[in-house]
Design a protein around this ligand. Structure first.
Ligand code: SF4
Length: 443
């Protein structure tokens, strides 16, 4: 007996912007079947969990959710349950989910969202359980529908996978080797977004700087930025993530000369210690990193820099940690995502000697955050009295909210709704995580 076709869906997304973007594709595919979003997870006819495997905590949350699904499925046997993303992309994990959670209908990885409709038919008509994990991404994925989660800002994938094999990271094993989309397809997607009124594009990839290296007639990443900069209607371009080893001079030149490219670079440092950077297989030293920062600030004096930092990598001594604190003070990052090292099974770092005690790592994280917060505050205070252009994200109950070109969040009083517009504000207040401002006369 065929099952009732699901009418509403709920997507639970964990992890990075790449996953958020994939969830937009899932939503697009489900909407193309006539389905609509459910009010919440409890009322949905179909639930899809898009998973992340970077940290143990994210995985535990997913297993907690799968545990809850058992009861939900008993109450409603027609409920369709799916899981995708980086967790089931690992064959071992996919098989574990299939045997431990036999009520899951669809178990797929990161590479085969393009077949979701077919899987759904098999589940509904043939009442089959689907487990299908592909090693490579399908080309057809390039033209999949997507339901964008915002109205003014959109993510656009430019490449997938990673060739870097940092010793703590599972991504190259899960997402595979680097694969670039063709520039024509990227430009077409962004032109369509511009026609739909999108103003800001964030180009996404695990390592955007190596874009094009696998294409036969490649533009490199700097040339791709030029192509995107010339698209009418797009007003701002951001990108992430960049690898410090691959920040070429031509990229810095492109950032300096292209008017739509935002004055912000997210450049993960991870550690300030050369000894730890080598153990991480990051492929650069702290001196190299400082040279990039110098070039960037010479070319783009007001550039905002953000970073990722890991504390407690195996073998990290107090001296290594002090090197990280010293880099934070020298570079003066506008903001930083700080993490405690989390061992991932299957990565070289997980079996390295010198794994640190949790108390030491927590203490280092606290000390790092204290220093970074002071730096963030003083960087924000440096903007007091300046005029900043914001892309307004929303205005509600008399308060507008938008971001500067440096990606800083600014709140301002406003009686009118400027959502989706660029406005100038004078910065009048600074906190660690945000600024306040006043609209200019024209606002
Ligand atoms: S660059 Fe390193 S940390 Fe980033 S995705 Fe690749 S392997 Fe992981």
């Amino acid at each position: 007996m065929p099952r009732n076709a699901p009418r509403t869906y709920y997507i639970q997304t964990y992890g990075c912007q790449m996953n958020e973007r994939d969830s937009e594709t899932i939503a697009g595919i489900l909407q193309s079947r006539g389905m609509t979003p459910a009010i919440d997870i409890n009322t949905a006819d179909l639930i899809m969990v898009n998973t992340c495997t970077i940290r143990d905590k994210a995985e535990q949350k997913v297993y907690g959710l799968l545990g809850r699904f058992r009861e939900m499925k008993e109450e409603n046997p027609n409920l369709v349950l799916g899981i995708c993303g980086c967790m089931p992309q690992q064959q071992k994990v996919a098989k574990h989910i299939k045997s431990r959670y036999p009520f899951m209908d669809i178990i797929i990885g990161t590479h085969n969202l393009n077949v979701l409709n077919t899987y759904l038919e098999q589940v509904l008509v043939e009442r089959q359980q689907i487990l299908d994990v592909w090693e490579e991404r399908a080309e057809e994925e390039l033209v999949l529908p997507a339901l964008r989660s915002g109205h003014f800002k959109a993510f656009v994938n430019i490449n997938w996978g990673c060739n870097n094999f940092c010793t703590y990271c599972i991504v190259p094993y899960v997402r595979g080797r680097e694969k670039s989309r063709s520039p024509e397809v990227i430009v077409k997607e962004i032109e369509a977004l511009a026609r739909d009124g999108f103003k800001e594009i964030t180009l996404l990839g695990q390592n955007v700087n190596s874009y094009g290296k696998d294409l036969s007639e490649r533009p490199d990443f700097a040339q791709l930025l030029e192509l995107v900069d010339s698209i009418d209607g797009i007003q701002r371009i951001r990108f992430m993530t960049s690898h410090p080893r691959d920040v070429a001079d031509c990229l810095i030149d492109a950032m300096a000369k292209l008017p739509k490219v935002c004055q912000h670079l997210h450049l993960p440092l991870q550690s300030g210690s050369n000894h730890i950077l080598e153990k991480m297989n990051r492929g650069y030293t702290s001196e190299h990193y400082l040279r990039i920062v110098e070039k960037l600030r010479l070319a783009i004096p007001d550039i905002a820099l953000s970073t990722d930092l890991i504390v407690g990598f195996p073998g990290e001594t107090e001296e290594d940690f002090q090197d990280t604190l010293s880099m934070v003070s020298q570079v003066r990052f506008d903001s930083a995502y700080t993490f405690i090292y989390s061992p991932r099974k299957g990565t070289p770092a997980a079996s390295m000697e010198g794994q640190l005690e949790s108390a030491i790592m927590k203490d280092r994280l606290q000390r790092l955050m204290k220093v970074q917060n002071q730096v963030s505050l003083s960087s924000n205070e440096g903007l007091m009295g300046t005029i900043q252009q914001l892309l307004v994200e929303e205005c509600s109950q008399g308060v507008g909210k938008g971001r500067t070109t440096g990606n800083k969040l600014v709140f301002f009083k406003s009686d009118k709704d400027y959502s989706g517009q660029l406005v100038d504000v004078k910065i009048t207040g600074a906190k660690t995580w945000s600024l306040t401002g006043e609209l200019g006369d024209e606002g």
